[in-house]
Design a protein around this ligand. Structure first.
Ligand code: MLT
Length: 310
């Protein structure tokens, strides 16, 4: 009987390796969060929790891989707010965002930073916007592709300022960062998990944070709101998705292991040095994630209505 099969599965779950698909290149912010969590879940389960990086199309390729996987708890997706935008941005998305997934839990909410190559001459946000107006499409802005959170930030920046620039998509902001460090691209709006260390090392230039308030890790970096871009409020909430139909007991077992990982002092410390904190235990649950995901799909569908297709 399906119920019995489900119950049996949950009882001895996990009985084999688990794959977490990160739909972005290794070395980027999503990968950083995923590997920290996977290590702790491996220890908890006594099974390997393996990361599979699958970049491309803003993360929607990797999301599609998980949407079509067996709903047995052995193939999961760890990504962020971008998953709630793919339905609005990809007319031919091979799955329905509203029905393809089931929730495991929220993980962390990562602030974002507007950063440039270190030799860009603008001294502050006002100067940067003047420079961008002067450069027009000569200015390059690295992202992880349409629907990535670095892309969403670029869209909101363009919308708020009326300034266009050339978007350069990568398979993740890990590789995009390599080009920013090399001066091949001018700007990026990326998560502190990927930018904090480079900012501290003086290798890239921080202009602003995208959160309503300044962040403790970068006390001297102003918010975009302080610079006249009121209402700019973007942070990359990360979560773990499973294919629709993954049994509740399996997802609850995963949520328990996720909550333990998020309470681990090692994870808390590593997140803090990267500018973020784990969500509270009650948010690392299927119910809380269902609520967030549903409301975010609605929010971004409105924000992105009429957005240029991919
Ligand atoms: C994004 O911009 O969506 C992420 O930074 C992608 C990544 O983690 O590489």
């Amino acid at each position: 009987l399906p119920f019995m099969a489900g119950a049996a599965m949950a009882q001895d779950y996990p009985s084999q390796n688990i794959t977490i698909v990160v739909p972005a290149a290794a070395g980027g912010p999503s990968d950083t969060v995923a590997r920290l969590i996977a290590d702790k879940m491996s220890a908890e389960f006594g099974q390997q929790v393996l990361i599979e990086n699958m970049g491309g199309a803003g993360g929607s390729l990797g999301a599609a891989r998980v949407a079509k996987a067996e709903p047995d708890g052995y193939t999961l997706l760890l990504y962020h707010v971008g998953v709630s935008t793919f339905g609005a941005l990809y007319p031919n998305l091979p799955y329905d965002t509203n029905t393809a997934f089931s929730s495991v839990g929220l993980v962390t909410d990562v602030p974002m930073t507007l950063v440039s190559r270190k030799d860009l001459e603008a001294a502050d946000v006002a100067g940067l916007l003047d420079w961008l107006k002067g450069e027009g499409t000569g200015a390059t802005f690295g992202t992880a592709g349409v629907g990535s959170v670095s892309d969403l930030c670029g869209r909101q920046l363009s919308e708020a300022t009326g300034i266009e620039f050339t978007v350069v998509p990568y398979k993740g902001t890990g590789p995009a960062m390599t080009d920013l460090l090399g001066g091949q691209i001018d700007l990026m709006c990326d998560q502190t998990t990927n930018t904090a260390n480079q900012i501290k090392a003086g290798e890239i230039k921080p202009y602003a944070v995208t959160t309503p308030e300044r962040i403790a890790l970068l006390p001297d970096t102003p918010t975009l709101a302080e610079n006249g871009l009121e209402g700019f409020n973007l942070s990359a909430w990360h979560a773990i998705w499973a294919p629709a139909g993954t049994p509740d007991d399996v997802r609850n077992r995963l949520s328990e292991a996720l909550q333990k990982a998020l309470a681990d002092p090692d994870v808390i410390d590593r997140f803090a040095t990267l500018g973020t904190t784990p969500v509270a235990p009650d948010l690392a649950t299927p119910a809380a994630m269902d609520e967030r995901f549903t409301s975010e799909i609605e929010r971004w569908s409105k924000l992105l209505a009429g957005a240029p297709a991919n």
